[in-house]
Structure formats: C-alpha cells, structure tokens
Design a protein. Structure first.
Length: 186
C-alpha cells in the first residue's frame, strides 16, 4: 500500500498566453515581479499539500528562466521558508545543480537548511541541462566529460564534508588541505 505522497513543482508562473496560437516559449519574457510570483504560488501549494498530509514537495534549482518556467533559483532558501509556514511537509531539493556550486558551500548551505527546518529538507544533486545556467555560473555542461568529472568530484567532497570530522582533497577541480567537517551536518 502506498503510504507517502509527494509531488514535484518545477516552479512555473501562471502563464496567460497559452494554446496553439500563443507566443512561443522561447520568445516569452516576463518581468522580475511576475517571475517572483512563483514564491506565493509555491507557498500556497505547500500549505495545501501539508493540510492534505503529503510527505514532500520537490523543487528544482533553475536560473535565468525569463520564459516563466522553472523560476526557483534557490531551493534551500525556499525550503527553509516553506518549512516555517507548514507543519510536516518536507521540501525536496531535486536538484541542486552541483556544477553551479562550490561543493563546500553547497554542503554548508544544506547543513544550515537542515538545522533550521529540523530535518525537513531533502538533499539532492544533479549535473544540469541548461547551458545558460551551468556555463554562466562557472560549471561545465557543453563539455559532457568535464561536467561528469566535476560532478563526481563534487559529490565526493560533499560526502566527505557530511561524514568526516576533517579531510583533505586533491582533485582535478578542487584541492584543499585539512578541511573541517561542515558545522551542523547530518
């Protein structure tokens, strides 16, 4: 029997221009005010899902999406907010795009969100698929091999940061001596 229910909200705004004769998606340009409407929409959905006993609401990290789709740039920050306006709903970070983050910053931000929500954020990472996001924020995507190599090294650092008291790392993209465990990690 299914006992837990979750949903994914990719983070789109209400789109008024729809249908066969609508403006093509790549030609759409919404204002910052319109794009920020995704936060009120996310809060309303989270409250409704919490009231109905859903287990988790998943979001995806995206940047520079002026077309009105996938408009949540910081899932962990949104997750902290939503955890404070709901009672039980967990917020899934599906996914933070690792090549757009320094792995220690990602680990530290998640650890902070984990503490502030009393364990109600769910960690998830991915490699990305929008070049304008990943490449703009310093990661590799066009070079698929570099993207994979960077991602695998970042995941290795993330696991060390979450589970080891102190560690060193020497890799292709990151080299650090004697890093301490991220404060507050699970």
């Amino acid at each position: 029997m299914i006992k837990r229910f979750s949903s994914l909200f990719a983070g789109h705004i209400d789109l008024g221009d729809m249908g066969q004769d609508a403006t093509p998606a790549n030609d759409r340009r919404y204002s910052n005010e319109q794009l920020a409407g995704v936060f009120d929409k996310s809060e309303a959905m989270a409250k409704c899902m919490d009231g109905w006993g859903f287990d988790a609401l998943w979001f995806a990290e995206h940047h520079f999406q002026h077309e009105g789709y996938e408009c949540v740039p910081n899932v962990m920050m949104l997750g902290v907010h939503l955890a404070h306006v709901t009672e039980n709903l967990r917020i899934g970070c599906g996914f933070n795009i690792a090549p757009m983050w320094h792995p220690l910053r990602l680990a530290e931000d998640f650890a902070t969100a984990d503490w502030l929500t009393k364990g109600r954020v769910i960690f998830g990472v991915g490699r990305g698929y929008h070049t304008r996001e990943v490449e703009t924020l310093g990661g590799h995507l066009i070079d698929a091999e570099a993207n994979r190599d960077m991602f695998e090294e970042q995941v290795d650092i993330l696991f060390k940061a979450f589970h080891e008291e102190s560690f060193s790392h020497k890799g292709k993209y990151y080299t650090r001596r004697r890093m301490c465990r991220i404060a507050g990690t699970i």
